[in-house]
Design a protein around this ligand. Structure first.
Ligand code: PNW
Length: 429
């Protein structure tokens, strides 16, 4: 397999049309309606109107010269009640999207779950409830049956850490709960849902590359103080090893289990679960944004920051990929997201000369190539994001796109970074 170059998006962040063709509310539709949850009271109701502009957007992807496009499927669009029958009109949209991509020579890469749980399943208990894992596996097969003849690569979940911790512990993402023990149950059921889905998709055939995408990064202690080292260990446990150890080695790390117990949380493991969770996968998706620096008092952020206030740490990307290669050998990796929000300042024609974003992407692509040259099995790089979109709790403020979206007119205008990326990936193929 040659190195793949792509861009990524997710359904709720770009599609809009949240009432169209039989779609029901997801937890994000509900969350956005509560004042104070999302900056400016923004919602994904219209977003980039991609649901209606899909063919033009695919044409734009072709102009960018990417060989792969990673997008997600909206669960409440294709299975409105989260269980039971498929909604043919919803699924037909993804059918057309896949065909449109293939017609332009772009390989589709599907993410099955990028955070938009059908509200009805949340009402039944959500991810802290074990049944949701089984519902997810059924939904996965339903989509797989329809699209796997044309989609070669499948990601089950995007960033289970964010789903569980932001959604159920911190309450800053949907469904907005603040219950750490519930979040820990969610982690286990997300991983179980992933494993059940992998098993079910393997049985369903046709053969495809299956995997999961995690948000990963380094966790360095701020000082030599043992308390800072301890904070860094805990963060690495809760953010990295809590996922990769069960997925690859079939067990949760002892120190993490102890940390959880100290916070009153227990993983609801039943016999056989870890064998399911560690079902072999073909690719690990790595979303890399930044390395964290940990002190006993919390996270420390210094040096150059992006518009999100995130540190700019490209060397950490090399180190992370090498470390995964060492600690979890035999797992091909693809960077399924990397990118940055900056204060884009368009000229009168709407063109954005986003040299900071271009420099960010250039530095991180070099970091990925360095890791590969040093022996890490990394097989692709996807920029986040194809176009500006709904940045979750931050609303439409932060812009991560290579393509600017003028939300008033829905005009798309490739930024400097898009033109640069096209040249960069064209030159290396
Ligand atoms: C990812 N962090 O989320 C998501 O996959 C995207 O949907 C999102 O738009 C993108 O990154 C930019 O935020 C993350 O704080 C959210 O480490 C937060 C973190 C990482 C990833």
């Amino acid at each position: 397999m040659s190195f793949r170059w792509g861009v990524a998006t997710s359904a709720y962040q770009i599609e809009g049309a949240t009432d169209a063709d039989g779609r029901t509310p997801s937890i994000w539709d509900t969350f956005c309606r509560v004042p104070g949850n999302v900056a400016g009271g923004d919602t994904g109701g219209t977003a980039c109107d991609h649901y209606r502009r899909m063919p033009e957007d695919v044409a734009l992807l072709a102009e960018l010269g990417v060989d792969t496009y990673r997008f997600s499927i909206s669960w409440p669009r294709v299975q409105p009640r989260g269980r039971g029958p498929v909604n043919a009109r919803g699924l037909a949209f993804y059918d057309r999207l896949v065909d449109e991509l293939l017609a332009r020579g772009i390989e589709p890469w599907v993410t099955l779950y990028h955070w938009d749980l059908p509200q009805e399943l949340e009402d039944a208990g959500g991810w802290p409830h074990r049944d949701t894992a089984h519902r997810f596996a059924e939904y996965a097969v339903l989509v797989f049956d329809r699209l796997a003849d044309r989609v070669p690569t499948w990601t089950t979940l995007n960033e289970p850490w964010c789903v569980a911790m932001y959604g159920y512990a911190d309450g800053i993402h949907a469904p907005g709960r603040t219950d750490f023990p519930a979040a820990v149950r969610a982690v286990h059921h997300l991983l179980l849902g992933h494993g059940l889905a992998v098993q079910a998709m393997r049985t369903a055939g046709p053969a495809a590359d299956l995997g999961i995408t995690l948000n990963l990064g380094g966790t360095a202690p701020a000082t030599d103080d043992p308390a800072d080292h301890e904070a860094a260990r805990r963060a690495d446990g809760l953010g990295v090893r809590m996922y990769l150890d069960p997925l690859v080695h079939g067990r949760y790390p002892d120190d993490v289990v102890a940390d959880l117990a100290a916070r009153g949380a227990v993983l609801p493991i039943r016999d056989g679960d870890l064998a399911v969770i560690s079902a072999p996968i073909d690719v690990l998706g790595v979303n890399y944004y930044f390395d964290a620096t940990l002190a006993a008092t919390g996270e420390v952020r210094t040096g150059p920051l992006t518009g999100m206030g995130w540190p700019i740490t490209p060397d950490g990307c090399t180190e992370l990929l090498l470390r995964i290669g060492r600690d979890y050998p035999g797992l091909p990796m693809v960077v399924t997201e990397n990118g940055a929000a900056f204060d884009d300042d368009p000229d009168d024609d709407g063109f954005v000369r986003d040299e900071e974003r271009t420099a960010f992407l250039a530095a991180h692509i070099r970091a990925v190539e360095r890791a590969r040259d040093l022996g890490a099995d990394v097989r692709g790089y996807f920029a986040w994001s194809f176009m500006d979109n709904f940045e979750w709790g931050h609303g439409y403020g932060p812009r991560f796109g290579l393509v600017r979206v003028d939300y008033a007119t829905q005009r798309r205008i490739p930024k400097h970074s898009a033109l640069w990326y096209r040249d960069r990936i064209g030159g290396s193929r």
